[in-house]
Design a protein around this ligand. Structure first.
Ligand code: ADP
Ligand code: MG
Length: 256
């Protein structure tokens, strides 16, 4: 069964079409990379998957559920943004705990009376702290929990952003150019860590990049995107060895 089904997604901003009918099925546990030049619509597609943006036409399923119209929190996904999107005034621990605290809060709000009577509010908070500490430890940032994002290096901030996605144990990880703000050396190192993370967590990853080397080393399959369309979806060696279209060959710089 597909972890993610994308069916005929269209999206325009004003009169400008940005996604022109994108369809794609992503297998459970797959590492799928959307690869394409800046402006081709990668982030828009990822934001639609996350529920941060609504498509004009087409449908998305995650697991067995059609998620069209569901809010981000109601989808079994977590997103890592290019800018990390950490709260500067909060500690690493609080940033990472936020999705879990919000989830608990909304459960309590749905059941106001029951929520107050629920045993172990303190126990739940301690559980969240433990989960955050364990995740931070696994990412090598266990010693940074009391710091603020401004006191961290780029690579450390990136790990916090990944950690914040991990604590929710989502079925699907959405990552929008998570390494693009790092210097070249760190980017290569973090690439290996992301690969290791995928193997360790076993979840489905939808990864966005304009960096071919990243796409080729990380992915089970690469979806080449140009101008709001998917041109070819295939394992890296097929994209390189047997590009279906001249436009793909030109983009990846290999001979036709
Ligand atoms: P990519 O991530 O591949 O660089 P995006 O999905 O961010 O591409 O953007 C695709 C196109 O849609 C670009 O031309 C961009 O300017 C435009 N775009 C993206 N978001 C908006 C928006 N909220 N309003 C208007 N235009 C947008
Ligand atoms: Mg983008």
């Amino acid at each position: 069964m597909a972890a993610v089904s994308i069916d005929g997604i269209r999206k325009s901003f004003g009169s400008i079409p940005v996604l022109r009918g994108v369809s794609l099925s992503i297998a459970d546990g797959e590492f799928l990379t959307l690869l394409g030049p800046s402006g081709c619509g990668k982030s828009t597609l990822l934001r639609i998957l996350a529920g941060l943006e609504m498509q004009d036409a087409g449908s998305i399923s995650i697991g067995e559920r059609v998620v069209d119209g569901l809010r981000p929190k109601q989808r079994d996904v977590a997103m890592v943004f290019q800018s990390y999107a950490l709260y500067p005034h909060m500690t690493v621990a609080s940033n990472m705990a936020l999705p879990l605290r919000m989830r608990r809060l909304s459960a309590v709000q749905r059941l106001p009376i029951l929520g107050r009577l629920l045993p172990g509010a303190a126990g739940a908070a301690a559980k969240i702290d433990m989960e955050v500490a364990r995740t931070a430890e696994s990412l090598g940032i266990g010693h940074l929990l009391a710091r603020k994002p401004g006191q961290l290096s780029g690579g450390q901030r990136q790990r916090v952003a990944v950690g914040r996605a991990m604590v929710r144990h989502p079925a699907v990880f959405l990552m929008d150019e998570p390494l693009s703000n790092l210097d070249a050396k760190l980017r290569v190192q973090m690439r290996a860590e992301i690969k290791e993370l995928h193997q360790r967590l076993g979840g489905t990853f939808v990864y966005v990049t304009h960096d071919q080397a990243e796409a080729m080393t990380l992915s089970d399959r690469v979806a080449v995107m140009l101008d709001g369309e998917l041109l070819q979806v295939a394992p890296p060696r097929v994209i390189y060895g047997d590009p279906e279209e001249r436009r793909i060959a030109e983009f990846i710089g290999s001979p036709t």
